[in-house]
Structure formats: structure tokens, C-alpha cells
Design a binder for this molecule. Structure first.
Ligand code: PMP
Length: 299
């Protein structure tokens, strides 16, 4: 199937060849693309990428979920990322690898379609003052794990997150919180959630969410600071009893939650546990904690 010569674009008839090449593909039309979000930090021993191996593993997993033939392996991608950072002369920032079905082709048969990959990097200012956010529990439910491959980061899924985000913003909040299909607390649009109560960190089970790499980092290191972890199904009502709530994600690291609708309100504006974990996390990503140095890939 080939497009006709002319397309209509932003109010004008134009030639397909000149203006339409970017839109006649399965990525744009059906969300058939995958991506990663990775950070690199300026450490005492130079720039280093945090948990690159985990991110590459997830990227290749996402590609396999959509049967993408990338044409390169993890080592190639690692080299590409490093050389791109060097070419941009950046010492800290954010990395966005993105693979998408780019062939001039329509219809949903993506099997054997051509894939393109791009990598973007941009500087990311390190958080000095942690952000606090107000959250709305939105009416949209997290995608049912029986309907999608939860472990893959597929662009099309993010429409669910975007709808929740619109609802939260239009309701006067910063971020959405999604419940899962059983009405247990799930996650944010692009981040995971932790609740703190009596030195215990509670977080939803991995099955019904995209269990992020930052979430995994927190679960693996929190015992060093004397905290216990519990992964379980959590009802909204449980929020009424907790001391602190924070969100996690590669970009935001840890973000303090001030309020979750009628269910949680941090009156005294203090997050002592979140603060301690955030400081420790920042020490880890900057290579200041020896036992976690193997999470860093130096340029
Ligand atoms: N949930 C969703 C839906 C996400 O898109 C992300 C961002 N990748 C996260 C959670 C947090 O994951 P990570 O800690 O790996 O950035």
C-alpha cells in the first residue's frame, strides 16, 4: 500500500514526498515504538551512566515484545550511547533511546517491518531542592496486565498515562495516581509509588505496574538505612495511616508527595525518611557508595 502523491498537512495540500514521510508508518499511527529513559551523572571519576545494564535489558525486552529486529546488540547500543554523550561533551544528563516501526507502510502487520532507532541526549539539571507534588487519584485505571505486556515500555501504553495526567492537571493537581484493575494502588503516569509507615516502605507488587529500575534500586538499598520493604496489594484507605509518600523514577529520582486527594496530606511538610533515602540514592548514583559502584558505567 502506497500513499497518494498529495497529503493534507496543517491546512495545506502538499507533496507527500516533501512533507509526509514522517507520518506514513506504524509507529505514529499505532504507537508501535519502544523507548528507555536513562540518566548519567558527573561523578568524581568522570561521567557515569546509572544502571545501564538494567535499562538495556529492559529496552531489548520491550523490542522483543513488539518483535522488533533492531539490528544491533546491547554492546553496540552501549557504545553508541557513550559516543553520543562524548560527541555532545556532556558530563551529566538524560538518555532516550527510541526504536520505532518506521517503514513507509500502513496497516497493523508490523511483523518484519523495518525499524529505526534514534538516541537523544540532553542535559538534566541535578535536583538541589527536592520537589513536592500534589496527586489526584484519577478515574482511569492502569492498563490491565492481561491486556498488555506490563514489563515492556511501549509508547502506545502511555496514552493511558496521558489521559490520567490531563485529568490530574485539569483538576488542579500535579500528577495522577492510577489504581489497578482490582482497585489497588498501582503507580503514576511515569513513576512508581512508595508509602512510609513506622520505618517500613510499602510499595505495590510488581505484577500490575511497570516496576521501575529506581523502585528496584530503593528496594535493594533501603535496608542499609534500617528500613524494611513490603511489596503488596495496597488499598487507598491505607494512605490515611502513612507518614510519608514518595514517587520514584529515573528522571525525578525521588519526589515528595504533599497530598493525595482526600486520602493523604503531609501537614508538617517534612519527609525525614524520603530525605534520607534520596540523599543515599544521590550518593549511590554519584559513585560515593563503594558497594554500588558496579551500577555505574563510566564513559
Ligand atoms: N512506571 C512507568 C509507567 C514508567 O513509565 C516509568 C518510567 N520508566 C516508571 C514507572 C519508573 O521507572 P524507572 O524507575 O525505571 O524510571
Amino acid at each position: 500500500m502506497n500513499p497518494a502523491n498529495k497529503i493534507w498537512i496543517n491546512g495545506k495540500i502538499a507533496s507527500f514526498k516533501k512533507s509526509g514521510l514522517f507520518c506514513f508508518n506504524q509507529a505514529l499511527n499505532y504507537g508501535a515504538s519502544i523507548y528507555e529513559g536513562i540518566r548519567f551523572y558527573n561523578t568524581d571519576s568522570g561521567p557515569a551512566i546509572f544502571r545501564l545494564e538494567g535499562h538495556l535489558k529492559r529496552f531489548f525486552y520491550s523490542a522483543s515484545a513488539l518483535r522488533m529486529k533492531l539490528g544491533f546488540n546491547k554492546i553496540d547500543l552501549e557504545h553508541a550511547i557513550k559516543s553520543l554523550i562524548r560527541a555532545n561533551r556532556l558530563s551529566s544528563g538524560y538518555i532516550r533511546p527510541l526504536s520505532f516501526y518506521s517503514e513507509l507502510k500502513m496497516g497493523i502487520n508490523i511483523l518484519n517491518s523495518k525499524v529505526s532507532t534514534i538516541i537523544l541526549v540532553w542535559p538534566w539539571r541535578e535536583t538541589k531542592q527536592p520537589k513536592t507534588v500534589r496527586i489526584k487519584v484519577v478515574k482511569y485505571k492502569r492498563l490491565n496486565p492481561n491486556s498488555i505486556d506490563m514489563k515492556a515500555k511501549i509508547s502506545g501504553y502511555y496514552v493511558n498515562g496521558l489521559l490520567g495526567f490531563i485529568e490530574a492537571r485539569e483538576g488542579g493537581f500535579d500528577e495522577p495516581l492510577f489504581l489497578d484493575h482490582n482497585n489497588f494502588i498501582a503507580e503514576g503516569a511515569v513513576n512508581n509509588i512508595f508509602l512510609v509507615k513506622n520505618k517500613i516502605l510499602y510499595t505495590p507488587r510488581a505484577e500490575n505496574i511497570l516496576a521501575g529500575i529506581t523502585r528496584d534500586t530503593i528496594l535493594r538499598v533501603s535496608e542499609d538505612l534500617g528500613f524494611k520493604n513490603v511489596e503488596k496489594d495496597i488499598r487507598l484507605e491505607f494512605l490515611k495511616d502513612v507518614d510519608e509518600v514518595f514517587l520514584t523514577g529515573t528522571g525525578i529520582e525521588l519526589e515528595m508527595v504533599k497530598e493525595i486527594g482526600d486520602f493523604f496530606y503531609n501537614k508538617n511538610n517534612q519527609w525525614p525518611v524520603t530525605d534520607r533515602i534520596l540523599k543515599y540514592y544521590q550518593d549511590i548514583v554519584h559513585g560515593r557508595i563503594n558497594k554500588y559502584k558496579n551500577w555505574l558505567t563510566y564513559l
